[in-house]
Design a protein around this ligand. Structure first.
Ligand code: SF4
Ligand code: SF4
Ligand code: SF4
Length: 166
């Protein structure tokens, strides 16, 4: 993992797994992890609030102390750990509605640099939804309404003219 990984997204990934694996026998694990996952989905979806951070911590501690087995007792740890070491990333999501790593799609966009674009048209040919348009000698542009943020254009541009705007 490096600066291109979003720590909130990573915590969500681990919780998705434990929510799936919970056997459902005890409510703190069965219901609590689901509520935590919903909060993380809200935060990564750009709809988080500052109070969500405290809610996550309270839920995590309650789930750890009251779950019957190791799964529930460890499920909230990725959230607590990322909150401890990468709290600033959570704050950027809830307060500034920004994903510093440029991973959370609701908070980023792909843009073409007019200065670097050579109007070759390669990106437009590879875009799966026809979101890029342009013509010879004119910089290409991305229609943000159509763009599904797949990132293919950035991979394909031979002139490194496409950037993530996080
Ligand atoms: S803590 Fe263990 S027993 Fe309780 S619901 Fe989760 S997996 Fe089942
Ligand atoms: S591939 Fe790059 S240089 Fe070519 S049109 Fe697209 S953005 Fe411009
Ligand atoms: S990110 Fe994907 S959908 Fe959006 S403009 Fe680029 S290729 Fe098209």
């Amino acid at each position: 993992m490096d600066e291109d990984n979003c720590m909130v997204d990573i915590a969500k990934f681990f919780l998705e797994f434990t929510v799936d694996e919970s056997c459902g026998k005890c409510p703190p694990c069965r219901i609590g992890t689901k509520r935590m996952l919903e909060i993380l989905e809200r935060i990564t979806g750009g709809k988080g609030e500052e109070e969500d951070i405290e809610k996550l911590e309270t839920l995590a501690k309650n789930i750890i102390s009251s779950s019957l087995c190791g799964l529930g007792q460890s499920a909230p740890q990725p959230v607590l750990s990322t909150l401890k070491y990468f709290r600033d990333e959570y704050i950027a999501h809830v307060r500034d509605k920004k994903c510093p790593a440029g991973v959370c799609k609701s908070m980023m966009s792909y843009v073409i640099s007019a200065d670097l674009c050579k109007s070759c048209g390669i990106c437009a040919r590879h875009c799966p939804v026809g979101a890029i348009s342009g013509e010879k000698k004119v910089p290409y542009v991305i229609d943000q309404e159509k763009c599904i943020k797949c990132g293919v254009c950035m991979e394909k541009c031979p002139f490194k003219a496409i950037f993530k705007n996080a």
